[in-house]
Design a protein around this ligand. Structure first.
Ligand SMILES: [Zn+2]
Length: 85
């Protein structure tokens, strides 16, 4: 256990990124204008993070971006928990 070299997994809506994906994800959406970041959805009542996903920026300093459907490194599906609604 504790070995995530196999690739990304999603557990209870929380993305556990593989090592390579983790390396490119920035924890703060505004920390960088380019690259990717970890998107967090919180329960507004409890403040608990209910779902996370990887978002790749379009290139500008905008809020927009595209949710990664698959990890570009390990190829695992990392967006099924967003699609199932
Ligand atoms: Zn991965």
């Amino acid at each position: 256990m504790g070995d995530h070299l196999k690739g990304c997994v999603v557990e209870n809506g929380i993305l556990k990124a593989c090592k390579l994906l983790k390396r490119v994800l920035h924890p703060e959406p505004n920390a960088q204008c380019k690259g990717a970041y970890l998107l967090e959805f919180r329960n507004t009542k409890t403040g608990e993070v209910t779902r996370t996903g990887a978002v790749i920026r379009s290139g500008e300093c905008s809020k927009g971006g595209a949710l990664m459907n698959f990890c570009p490194f390990c190829g695992h599906d990392i967006s099924a928990h967003f699609r199932g609604e």
